[in-house]
Design a protein. Sequence first.
Lengths: 222, 222, 231, 231
Amino acid sequence: MSDIEIILKRAVHEVHPGSILNLGIGLPTQLLDYLPDDLDVMIHSENGVLGAWKQAPREEMSASLIDAAGAYISTVKGCSFFDSAVSFAMIRRSKIDLTMIGAFEVDQEGNLANWKIPGKFSPGIGGAMELAQKTPRIVVLSTHCDKHGKPKILTKCRLPVTAYHCVSRIITDKAVLDVTPDGLLVTEMAAGMTPESLQAITEAPLIFAADTLDLTEEVKLS
Amino acid sequence: MSDIEIILKRAVHEVHPGSILNLGIGLPTQLLDYLPDDLDVMIHSENGVLGAWKQAPREEMSASLIDAAGAYISTVKGCSFFDSAVSFAMIRRSKIDLTMIGAFEVDQEGNLANWKIPGKFSPGIGGAMELAQKTPRIVVLSTHCDKHGKPKILTKCRLPVTAYHCVSRIITDKAVLDVTPDGLLVTEMAAGMTPESLQAITEAPLIFAADTLDLTEEVKLS
Amino acid sequence: MNKVTHIEEAIAAIPSGAVVMVGGFGSPGTPFSLINELLRQGQKHLTLIKNDANEAGIGISKLIEAGRVDRLITTHIGLNKTAIEWMNTQRLEVEFHPQGMLAEKIRTAGAGSFGFLTDIGLGCEITREDQLLDWEGERYKVEMALKADFALIHAARSDRLGNLVYEGSAMNFSPLMAMAADQVIVETPECCEPGEIAPNQIHTPCAFVNSLVLLPLLTQEYAVMEHHVRH
Amino acid sequence: MNKVTHIEEAIAAIPSGAVVMVGGFGSPGTPFSLINELLRQGQKHLTLIKNDANEAGIGISKLIEAGRVDRLITTHIGLNKTAIEWMNTQRLEVEFHPQGMLAEKIRTAGAGSFGFLTDIGLGCEITREDQLLDWEGERYKVEMALKADFALIHAARSDRLGNLVYEGSAMNFSPLMAMAADQVIVETPECCEPGEIAPNQIHTPCAFVNSLVLLPLLTQEYAVMEHHVRH
């Protein structure tokens, strides 16, 4: 199983029936493939859709209907379309219960950096800032380290911050971490990881739950 | 012919095909009865209607459709319904070409007072302030004097002002007056009125056009 | 995600002292049944936000006449002599705004913003010195957002998720209030299955609706009012 | 009140140096035909306001690649490497806003207001000191309204008065831009008689539309883009 698959299969457990969620572009959007087809959720897409769903069958695709990631989506029953002002009113009024979002960096205070790498990557801001600042529950989906093997979970974000104190939970291929007033609490670890080996690839100091679960087992349940 | 009839029949000439207009509650709303049925105008009503028209036939009345004056209206083809924020966006963005409005007082600078008589009449503000301030052309429809025979066209408004420098034209039962940088220019007078007799019932100093027309003749054309 | 609730339960969530927005411009859009239930349950010291005060004996005027309303934030109450009488005798505190400003203050709260800069009413009696802001070389009036604990809304049609459709001039303040209030209670005579309303014909998306009360029938209050029919 | 206009005439109203809003989030809602005509006519030194920069070779990217655009006010151009290249080589000035702030700035202009108070981005790099306002005991960021001389809009359907209906996710910024721009030019493949669209299904009332261009057919640009289809 790839790191991405581990993250996504674990992330499925975060989605509660009856809730409204937003899936950030990139890794979170891929979660769609892992959600059961009869799941009772409404997916919000910033471009003015509540009730977005998986890619439509080829013959049902509409050139006038994409999600914010550009996929030609199908919709669930009870879907609504609206303008961008209403779409972000929904976000700023905290009507989205859960946002899954990608990260360049996330720190022990729940600060998130995911929109800009000065000098390297600055394609814009998109909807990330308002989603991060206003969604009651933000779950970061991210590989535990970047492609150079460097920690992404830091003591303090070094990149420009998207929103402060916004992240509730971080799901990586190696662990599940909750942001608490005392710091990052590890509640699950992948098979083979030890507190020492996880700390070694994490810049922020970690706290370990007394009954740390096996992330790998959780993934298998999906 | 009553004073009101004189005013309304003259006011019909202010309505140009292809325009959007708003008729203030009271005297202006009564203009509807004088408009030809095939007139190509869109009437805006503050409560969220563009394309309001005369009272609907009894069997077609809908309890869900009134104009801002409370009449069970019919609508023209191409009518649209929208919320109050959009309705007033339309007003503040000056999309209403012409507003006909009532007045307690109007003065030589085109200032209008029509919302409050301190201690006597203060039912609220309604849409008058935004209509008066933002409609490109405001035509006041009013009897020349109040019911006690006192002038309503003043040197300076004494009541709380609705909007400053907003009125373009005043149509009364006695005359038609344009607000100009030099003061109030009388362009039409009712039969029997002289400059002296009109000035006598008007507080603001009047200027008379070289070719003052006969208001009564204009009224007969309707 | 079925939001259908009994009217007693939906209205019981409103405590005395609550700030309650009520949809409707005159009668169209007024949630008469929800208001009647609020009257029956007896909540007091309410602050109501509505375009107008309805007319004497119907709608929110019933709540005013029963002494349940401490304060009314509105734009014009000229059609309700009883409400004017209550105001003039200091039994009802009334705060007036220009109609579009009231709409925009509610909409601003609904958009998750806190205020807006306008020129409406600058230099007029309604503008206080402490509302003026000089910003980037211009003078503005700052109008603050107007929120509420609850909104009571009438929709012509809904699905059971709470997607709403309004009819005629009954839309008015309702979509704005549905966004601006923390809890949104909707009454509707027609509730359909999700998917029956086309997605681009929904006026208020279900995210803004908390509970949905089905009206078994529309009482006389919802009918054409004979005294407004000109013969 | 027939607003149907030839495309040449409608676009010829736009002078060089104009500020032009363009509807669309990605391809849906992008008025490809109006953009192509603007490209053909040769107006220069444009300031464009659009959610994104489309993708290389289509939509407003054509105008950017032809050197017609001095400045782009947008939220995210990640899907257009050419636009990023133009930005990085200082051939295109780009101003980024959070997506909902861009929408709200446009909507604020469309509502005839001048700015709004928000907490989005407070304490973040995007907020300058001179945008901060302490008001009634709280700190806000003031976001100013964003107007335009013209808006170019694609509607799925219209009547000849200019009442508009959008489809799917193609609505996005269009209704806001139609309110915020001084002159609004709309393209549509389907124009019907007034009255054929139900009054409560109109997304943009005709008061906000100045001219209407009928598209004889929808070119390939309006079709599903194969490279966005996952197999």
